[in-house]
Design a protein around this ligand. Structure first.
Ligand code: NI
Length: 218
């Protein structure tokens, strides 16, 4: 999921993102664009001996920050596995004073989710204007339940079960959809979807200007 850029200077690349030092051996991976079948596949669980997992997670952090993402799922970097990373702390760090206290999950979370499975979705549905790194320059309001309860293992394969709400719960649901082969545009009404068809086709063909590295299906 991508956050909204506040101004031009906000969309640039630097060696530190939101004050977090990154490992110098990590690299930016191309983000798979809408239309690639990998985004429509249900991803598989992995085991701790998955080759190069530590480096892969580092690369996903770097790729996510370089594209102003607040979440990134493995299918978006062409890996059909149940792995995603989220950093909602960035949202709160970039918030205007007047928006403080808007979400119950302040100051956010920075987490790695491996082999995640949703246990329950609860609470009132609420709209949020979502964007996706695989679907650049399209943002639409999506209704989702306010709370997600999820079971997963972290980067050390330590198991967790926890509930998240606010912006963190929103990002987790968006990224979780990616490992289930779903996209936020699937929630739009048929008419809205029809109106976006031309834009979506252009993304698939690479007929779009993006300020981060992408891989187009054709
Ligand atoms: Ni996305």
């Amino acid at each position: 999921m991508r956050r909204e850029a506040k101004n031009a200077a906000d969309s640039g690349f630097s060696n530190t993102f939101a004050g977090k030092e990154l490992n110098f051996t990590s690299m930016i991976l191309p983000i798979v664009a809408y239309g690639d079948p990998v985004l429509r596949t249900v991803a598989a669980d992995i085991t701790p001996d998955y080759p190069g997992l530590t480096k892969l997670i580092e690369d996903m952090w770097e790729t996510m920050y370089a594209s102003n993402g607040v979440g990134l799922a493995a299918p978006q970097i062409n890996r059909n596995i149940r792995l995603f990373v989220i950093d909602s702390e960035q949202i709160f760090n970039n918030q205007d004073d007047e928006d403080k206290g808007m979400y119950p999950d302040e100051p956010g979370h920075r987490l790695v989710f491996i082999n995640a499975h949703i246990v329950a979705l609860d609470g009132k549905e609420w709209p949020y204007n979502e964007g996706c790194l695989s679907i650049p320059k399209i943002r639409e309001d999506v209704m989702r339940p306010s709370q997600v309860t999820i079971a997963w293992v972290d980067e050390n394969f330590t198991p967790h079960t926890a509930s998240f709400n606010g912006i963190t719960g929103r990002i987790i649901q968006h990224e979780y959809d990616h490992i289930e082969g779903k996209l936020f545009i699937d929630y739009l009404k048929p008419l809205k979807r029809k109106l976006l068809k031309g834009k979506l086709d252009d993304i698939t063909k690479g007929k779009i200007k993006v300020d981060y590295k992408m891989a187009f299906p054709r």
